[in-house]
Design a protein around this ligand. Sequence first.
Ligand code: R1P
Ligand code: URA
Length: 240
Amino acid sequence: MLPNLKINPEELPHSVVVCGDPVRAKHISSLLTNGRLFAQNREYHSYIGHWKGKEVAVVSHGVGAPGAAVCFEELIQGGARTIIRVGTAGSYQKAVLPGSIVISTSAVRCDGLTSQLVPPGFPAVADRHVTESLRRAASSRNGEIAVHEGMTLTLDAFYSGVIEFPHGLYKKSGVLAVEMENSALYVISSLRGIKAGAILAIDGYADADLREEYNPHTDAVSNAIEAEAHIALDALVNIE
Ligand SMILES: O=P(O)(O)O[C@H]1O[C@H](CO)[C@@H](O)[C@H]1O
Ligand SMILES: O=c1cc[nH]c(=O)[nH]1
């Protein structure tokens, strides 16, 4: 039994979708054929079912890299070989609008967790086969929603303290969006030799110049989450 996920590894498929929100995990499982809850502990709610004939799991990892890392490590210990994160993120770029989607190719490591695992220069990169599969799955949806691809940034602090995080620096460097777990997923998957990637629904602007009142509960964001869930499931079953 995996101690934090409370999953019996014999039940865990090789292909897994992960997301922060347990309610989103339940919703994604409702898209599956015979989707059902098969484990639950803390923020980790695990569902199993079939997508286009292939068995997949959907597991929530909560908010933030340390808790998510527990989830990723135990999934890999339990036999997961491909993990795709279906997340949300704040945009740094005017052209990356709320309600659009970002396929993350890499993550700037502004989290604390990965600096306890690997040296500073170690890259956090998505697997190229996963990224390619996400790109193909997204392009087969006929441009119904804008899809961007590029670097994202992983940060621990959702709200600022007295220190201002230099969002503007990363905006100028071409980073598309900020979220809180991708670097952990990429570093851990590289260390353990499995494939991982991430797709993100943009739920607002994180950049101070563009920011309005943060409201991630809009129809545009819900539509983007619905679309990215379908894209991730398609990418998971069609990966080469
Ligand atoms: O929507 P999820 O997958 O939780 O992702 C993003 O949303 C949470 C913050 O609201 C963080 O977990 C961040 O990474
Ligand atoms: O970490 C996150 C996630 C969604 N939106 C943000 O602005 N930040």
